[in-house]
Design a binder for this molecule. Structure first.
Ligand code: PEP
Ligand code: MG
Length: 572
């Protein structure tokens, strides 16, 4: 019988394919006394051989699909596997102590891991992570437990997992991954945001998909309405083929707006830009009629690898985005690591509240080498297009002033060594912490522009974790408290003659767009796939009418009351 699971619609579209469960198995390693150590060493060697063939395959696949830097991770794993300094002591242990191979390997590897992790040397710490990964693979083979590996996919699948980290998402193979569904997470988790920029349909926060679904089950992921169907009947499959073709028809109608400006019914012009995570996403921006990039989340350049990207690597990525956007504005956000975006190779201590912790600009102002390297790469690339730079998670004026002065310092160092830097770069900030929204009048004197990050602003204002589906009822974009903050920011900026954008997911939300237009937002930055539906909606709205409703909307006391006003306006 078909089972239907409700979740959160996280990325538009419909996918129909077999399930691929990405759940890390529990590896229980017992100590067992053995009789024949020769035989046990043979078992070990066979498992090493199989793991090594597997890694060769993954490495080649990574090289062609994901690039040289990702392939290097697996090359490092292969080196560990072939290192006699690790393997010989395992064999000795089997012989001397007459114990099973998985136990001998696990014990020996743990000693190396502990030793490397304690060293005050980044390179050795990374080797510890490599040994952990490789050991898991070999132990998996020894125990006959399959360790899922999405890089080995050879057919179209829908990924089913408890959670997908942003770096897992970055490594998904677009050719074979047709959709995904998770137990946890919300619409503004970064894996959901990335799925939207990769245009992969997704349903998150289902609570139970990993328990309910087996690898090989046929699935429908309905990213439009937030449903997952397990082994659907022919009738449901037929309905969904119809729904998919209706959706594609709508997309064809929107496509006619691709090269048009974004103008409301009464002639008010706004800019519709896109959020991107990698240079590859630019194609989607242009295909969907984006008028610029309103948020380039540069942290993805730092993920899915085992060391910081060099200045040259960053320069190449920024240059590529600026060039491909051909003079259209590109707002690059400096590194926003932390929260759900971890960089294991920085070895930062675990925190009780990572979303309130040592992250983003806080980390950059402290670890200035990392920050300055990124700024230099950006400044050098600035002559290749229309670059704007903004800083994430600004809570105080001092942070903005310090970040800006570091940027200007790097600029003058570059210029005095004869390197050309654009003098048109606007410098702005994200408004995603309530303190900066409340003091927007003062920040507005310092910045060239604001970009409102509602994904965080909502979670911090209502104290509701954006990743936690249990408090998702409190995560309310239309809450009057949020709308008042947005209004304060827009009014403060306009008084100083500065422009305001929004790059949180709310900017692409069909119910929020009329409100934001009425509040006077200048730039809306969203997932590329939301741009054309937004342009189509704005064409049919009257800015003057919405502006006249501003007082009424801001005086409401609940999100529901606000929505009633908007609904009446859209469907009078
Ligand atoms: C935001 O907080 O709204 C934002 C755009 O940044 P991120 O989603 O990357 O935290
Ligand atoms: Mg944010």
């Amino acid at each position: 019988m078909t089972e239907k699971i409700k979740g959160i619609a996280a990325s538009n579209g419909i996918a129909i394919a077999k399930a691929y469960k990405l759940v890390q198995p529990q590896l229980d390693i017992e100590k067992i006394a053995i009789q024949n150590s020769e035989q046990e060493i043979n078992r070990l060697n066979t498992a090493i051989q199989t793991s090594s063939e597997e890694l060769e395959h993954i490495k080649e696949q990574a090289r062609t699909e994901l690039g040289e830097d990702k392939a290097a991770i697996f090359a490092a794993h292969l080196l560990v596997l072939r290192d006699p300094e690790l393997i010989q002591p395992v064999q000795d242990k089997i012989k001397q102590e007459q114990v099973n191979a998985e136990y001998a390997l696990h014990e020996t590897a743990s000693q190396f891991i502990q030793m490397f992790e304690q060293m005050d040397n980044e390179y050795m710490k990374e080797r510890a992570a490599d040994i952990r990964d490789v050991t898991k693979r070999v132990v998996g083979h020894l125990l006959g437990v399959e360790i899922p590996n999405p890089s080995l996919l050879t057919e179209e699948v829908i990924i089913v997992t408890d959670d997908l980290t942003p770096s897992d998402t970055a490594q998904l193979n677009r050719k074979y991954v047709k959709g995904f569904t998770t137990d946890i997470g919300g619409r503004t988790s970064h894996s959901a945001i990335m799925a939207r920029s990769m245009e992969i349909p997704a349903v998150v926060g289902t609570k139970t998909v990993t328990a309910d679904i087996q690898t090989g089950d046929l699935l429908i992921v309905d990213g439009l309405d937030g449903f997952v169907f397990i082994n659907p009947s022919d009738e449901i499959i037929h309905t969904y083929h119809q729904k998919l073709s209706d959706y594609n028809e709508k997309k064809a109608i929107w496509a006619a707006l691709k090269d048009q400006k974004t103008v409301s019914g009464d002639g008010h012009v706004v800019e519709l830009a896109a959020n991107i995570g990698t240079p590859e996403d630019v194609r989607g921006v242009l295909d969907n009629g984006g008028e610029g990039v309103g948020l380039y989340r540069t942290e993805f350049l730092y993920m899915g690898r085992d060391q910081l990207p060099t200045e040259e690597e960053q320069y190449t990525a920024y240059k590529k985005v600026l060039e491909s956007m051909g003079g259209k504005p590109v707002v690059v956000r400096t590194l926003d690591i932390g929260g759900d975006k971890e960089l294991p190779y920085l070895h930062l201590p675990k925190e009780m509240n990572p979303f309130l912790g040592y992250r983003a600009i806080r980390l950059c102002l402290e670890e200035q080498d990392i920050f300055r390297t990124q700024l230099r790469a950006l400044l050098r690339a600035s002559t290749q297009g229309n670059l704007k730079i903004m800083f994430p998670m600004i809570a105080t004026i001092e942070e903005f002033i310090q970040a800006k002065s570091i940027l200007l310092e790097e600029k003058s160092i570059l210029q005095s060594s004869g390197i050309e830097v654009s003098d048109q770069i606007e410098i702005g900030m994200m408004v995603e912490i309530p303190s900066s929204a409340i003091l927007a009048d003062q920040f507005a004197k310092e910045v060239d522009f604001f970009s409102i990050g509602t994904n965080d602003l909502i979670q911090y204002t209502l104290a509701a974790d954006r990743m936690n589906e249990r408090v998702s009822y409190l995560y309310q974009p239309y809450h009057p408290a949020i709308l008042r903050l947005i209004n304060m920011v827009i009014e403060a900026a306009h008084r100083e003659g500065k422009w305001v954008g929004m790059c949180g997911e709310m900017a692409g939300d069909q119910m929020a767009i009329p409100i934001l237009l009425g509040l006077g937002l200048d730039e809306f930055s969203m997932s590329a796939s939301s741009i054309l539906p937004a342009r189509s909606l704005i064409k049919n709205l009257s800015k003057a009418k919405l502006e006249s409703l501003k007082g009424e909307i801001l005086s409401k006391s609940t999100a529901e009351e606000v929505l009633e006003v908007v609904k009446k306006l859209i469907n009078p």
